[in-house]
Design a protein around this ligand. Structure first.
Ligand SMILES: [Zn+2]
Length: 49
């Protein structure tokens, strides 16, 4: 996790990830669990994704 803040429930988050070459929603979901980085809304305004 890139964000230092603890993300609470119901908070808006952004996921930073590279989209896999092979498309398919199931694959993307699996990929997200492995590679996805969750960033809270505050941090997302600081970082340019
Ligand atoms: Zn944050």
């Amino acid at each position: 996790m890139k964000c230092n803040n603890e993300i609470k429930g119901d908070e808006k988050v952004l996921v930073q990830m590279r989209y896999p070459k092979r498309k398919g929603f199931t694959e993307v979901k699996a990929y997200l669990n492995l590679e996805g980085k969750f960033i809270c809304e505050k941090c997302s305004t600081k970082i340019n994704i």
